[in-house]
Write a protein that binds this ligand. Sequence first.
Ligand SMILES: Cc1cc2nc3c(=O)[nH]c(=O)nc-3n(C[C@H](O)[C@H](O)[C@H](O)COP(=O)(O)OP(=O)(O)OC[C@H]3O[C@@H](n4cnc5c(N)ncnc54)[C@H](O)[C@@H]3O)c2cc1C
Length: 625
Amino acid sequence: MQKYFAGNADVAVIGAGHAGIEAALASARLGAKTLIFTINMDAVGNCPCNPSIGGTAKGHLVREIDALGGEMGKTADKSFLQMRMLNRGKGPAVHSLRAQIDRTKYARIMKHKLELQDNLELRQAEIVSVENDKDAQYPWKLSTQMGAVFSVKKVIIATGTYLGGRIFIGEVSYEGGPDGTFAATELGKSLKELGLPLRRFKTGTPARVLRRSIDFSCLEAQQGDVPPEPFSFETEDLGENKVKCHISWTNEKTKQIILDNIHRSPLYGGAIEGVGPRYCPSLEDKIVRFKDKERHQLFIEPCGLDTEEMYLQGMSSSLPEEVQLKFYHTIKGLENAVIMRPAYAIEYDCVDPLSLSATLEFKDFAGLYGAGQFNGSSGYEEAAAQGLIAGINAALSVLGREPLILDRSTSYIGTLIDDLITKGANEPYRMMTSRSEYRLILRQDNADKRLTPIGYEIGLISRARYEKFLKKQDEIEKEIYRAEHSTLSPSDKLNAILVSRETSPVTTGVSIADLLRRPQISYADLTEVDTNRPNLHRSVFEEAQIEIKYAGYIKKQLDRVEQVERMREKSLPTDIDYKEITGLRLEAQEKLNRIKPINIAQASRISGVSPADISVLIIWLSREK
Ligand SMILES: Cc1cc2nc3c(=O)[nH]c(=O)nc-3n(C[C@H](O)[C@H](O)[C@H](O)COP(=O)(O)OP(=O)(O)OC[C@H]3O[C@@H](n4cnc5c(N)ncnc54)[C@H](O)[C@@H]3O)c2cc1C
């Protein structure tokens, strides 16, 4: 094949999925001349699995992406069909927003944003090789299937589930990407030759069935919240929910069909070698792992307004099509279901994230970054979060500016990246609130407080948006002050409210804050008696209430942050051989030499490095100094 020079750029992004889109937009908006490649122009921003954005902990990531200046939140608001705040019955740390979205509308909006963005070019071309020439002005050379050669300064690999993609449906398997697209068959070899540590992961998705073939009359409906709450801090009014979802359950017959055919599952039959996501298990996995469980819940979700495809959340499988038909037909409401797209599993190449640094640049390859599913994570939200950080850092590096490293105490994005690069991923990594030791201060409602100043400082948040943010923070502070210093006198009306909320009446004046500190009482309960309440956006009261109610816990977590901050100041040289430090256990020496942590705090999070090893390191450091 004849190669030809096709142009230069500052940053090239391989992949226009959830990671690539955020990376390319951030890079172009920060002033780096950016190229973004996709194998299929009509699959830009595709949602190949659940037609939804957000969910437990994933909702936090979307709010954080928005607070930093990313796009996912705004696009989810523009394509939403139904919004629900999950875990509302629990503490605010686990409240998480989830949007049912129109997946084709979501993709269309994202593609158009890429096309409209200055400094950015979107191209349909399969990248088949990446070569490095360290001393060149444009050290990275990308070649396409058609022979075009692009010379660039920085490369971000965001190839998702396409790299070496292989589809499995029962005994049938073939090379392919999601939703009938081509797989990226060449690039994997080139990256291995470069020296990247690639391995095989897998994930699966359920069937899509025809809406009119479902009997909804016998199913429980699930409505959205009224009013629906937006993801983006910039979205004023979302309007109304447009769809319902429905709930059904598997049963003994479903279980029996699957157990009778488990030998035909490529996963249990051994055809699939890739490791799958523990927290998004296939139905086969659930039935094998939880044998005693009589039934498993599924959600029937619309994929869009102008399609009759319905998504069966919780029912992913890679069993043969005829077996899928049999077990889906045992499920209430699906007795006559028509499968429009069968469930399948996909196996793909991804990299070992221990080879990445906190900027998502490869430790051994300057100017090469990884993002998304390629880094060993799973999920649109996890991908978009990494894409944003990789795009920001590639551009900041081109512009000669300081990189952006988000610490675990600032965000779930920081927690996600730190977990990947410090603990690695033996299976596709899905974000969960339990992964953060700071979850009470990393809530989805205060993502702007934690990250918008950073977004403004690096240049992704506009002056106007920043001023609006400052005004809101000021309103929250003033409201907390007002609640602490405004006293409500004891009255029949107030005491009637307190008694109705099963808390004791008052006989003397009480501050609004003291009432809010009672678990039963919220701002909504005091509306009638709190007559001087200013007219502010509901998000101001939501945040003031949380800050007042949880002040003690929040202070404890902030103290912990300070404590770890002191540990972080103890930075570690990255050129030492830990084998030479006596007193360190063998496992710790090996892990520390492999990961080369930048400070004591990161060292303390490496699995296999004990608190005793950390003490040895701190003593060694003090002697070195
Ligand atoms: C079958 C299936 C099941 C899934 N199940 C789950 C699940 O259970 N839970 C969950 O959270 N998430 C699941 N996912 C979602 C998954 O997280 C997504 O794949 C998510 O889209 C990852 O985003 P990404 O940006 O990393 O990659 P993708 O969205 O996959 O985008 C990759 C992009 O890279 C491009 N590309 C790849 N190679 C090249 C090349 N050589 N040259 C040019 N362009 C290239 C592609 O064209 C595409 O634009 C599933 C996905 C699939 C396909």
